[in-house]
Design a binder for this molecule. Structure first.
Ligand code: ZN
Length: 402
């Protein structure tokens, strides 16, 4: 499996800046040369493989490793390729035209050497290499599995990071477990899991709080920005802080979702599941702007709900341990009564049936119905189990409530 690990960069700012500026210079020279030939030779679209030497003569010598140099040039052609594909669906898509002052520097596996818990990144001949200390969890990874290292600058947080790509070459084998675990993705509790005998609710209120905080602060900043003259010094400062706020919030969310998805996979392994069934909620948050069925507050909650990202994290983490993930229609799963099949509107987390008087937790009703639909093709064929574990992915220990 190929995985990208992100670790903070401890190099002095001056050094990271000079590396990425050099990559930017090569990228820009490639772009300029490419369009110059295009104009002068009568619309000739260069092929980077054929013009390698001419291109190199134009870009000039560099202190980067030959393959890092090539990577910067290839990035321009990769961007052209992306634009070409985009153009088929979006006529407004443009070929890359902007000069880049700074560009991500890439070290390919030929420039990487791993020894004694450190990576050695080569530069051009005559220039001292760069050493990067690996964190503990990467120190024991076999050296041959390192594929690529990138020095990425995050504008919003004003920090550089190493993006380390590792391909361990392991093809995950399907697990020997044959159980089925149903997962109901929710807006308040990110996931509720059940195998029919036991239910676990993964709680993470901080996820929604984080999104709401970000929305509120963005609105405050937006108001200040609207009062400034566009392009003024104050305007630039405010726009930058809005960008930083949103990037920080996204980073926190990403971290929490990784922990939630890890908790779901741990749960699947405890329940000895070979398959995870998830309710398909992909189109639930569509048209939140035009759809007036929900209140303004509800629409904001739906827009903030990162179910796609969570599904993606669960899917790849499941694949790594050989568990398959299936999506299933989730319509009415948390509305239908598991005993009599009447549709009721749950109030908050509490589910109460107006017909038969069944009372239960909404999220366990939801995931049990998903399991029922998968096993029998129908709803209301299984009774939600009594024992529920509340599990917080990163704070306190689990609590069992009957
Ligand atoms: Zn009922």
């Amino acid at each position: 499996m190929i995985r990208v690990h992100i670790i903070p960069c401890m190099l002095p700012d001056e050094q990271t800046r000079s590396l990425n500026r050099e990559s930017g210079r090569i990228y820009t020279a490639t772009l300029v040369h490419h369009y110059r030939i295009y104009r002068q030779a009568g619309k000739v679209w260069l092929n980077p493989m054929q013009h390698d030497r001419v291109l190199k003569a134009f870009c000039g010598p560099s202190f980067l490793h030959a393959h890092s140099y090539q990577a910067a040039q290839q990035d321009f052609y990769a961007a052209c390729k992306t634009a070409k594909t985009l153009k088929t669906s979006n006529p407004l898509a443009r070929y890359p035209y902007k000069r880049k002052y700074s560009h991500t520097t890439t070290w390919k596996n030929t420039a990487i050497k791993v020894m004694a818990g450190r990576i050695r990144l080569s530069l051009a001949r005559g220039h001292a290499p760069i050493w990067v200390d690996l964190p503990q969890h990467l120190a024991t990874v076999p050296p041959a599995t390192f594929r690529q290292v990138q020095l990425v600058y995050h504008h919003a947080t004003r920090r550089s990071c190493w993006h380390i790509t590792i391909d361990d070459g392991i093809v995950p084998q399907p697990t020997s477990h044959s159980g089925i675990m149903a997962v109901d993705l929710g807006e308040i509790h990110p996931a509720a899991c059940t195998n029919g005998e036991h239910s676990t609710i993964i709680c993470c209120r901080a996820l929604r709080a984080n999104a709401q905080h970000c929305n509120k602060k963005t609105a405050d900043l937006q108001e200040l920005i609207a009062r400034c003259k566009p392009g003024s010094r104050r305007w630039k400062q405010l726009v930058a802080s809005r960008k930083r706020l949103q990037a920080q919030s996204a980073a926190r969310q990403r971290d929490m979702l990784h922990k939630v998805s890890r908790a779901v996979i741990d749960e699947a392994q405890v329940m000895q599941a070979g398959t995870i069934i998830m309710g398909d909620v992909r189109d639930i948050a569509d048209n939140t702007k035009t759809e007036k069925r929900l209140s303004r507050e509800q629409r904001q909650k739906m827009s903030n709900w990162p179910h796609g990202q969570l599904r993606q994290y669960i899917t790849y983490k499941a694949a790594a341990v050989g568990i398959t993930v299936e999506l299933i229609n989730e319509a009415y799963t948390s509305k239908t009564c598991p005993i009599c099949g009447t549709r009721n509107k749950p109030n908050g987390r509490h589910y109460a049936c107006s017909q038969c008087g069944y009372v239960g937790h909404r999220d366990t009703v939801g995931c049990t119905q998903i399991l029922s639909r998968r096993r029998t093709g129908q709803l209301a064929q299984m009774v939600p189990c009594e024992a529920i574990t509340y599990r917080h992915p990163f704070r306190r220990a689990s609590v069992v409530r009957a």
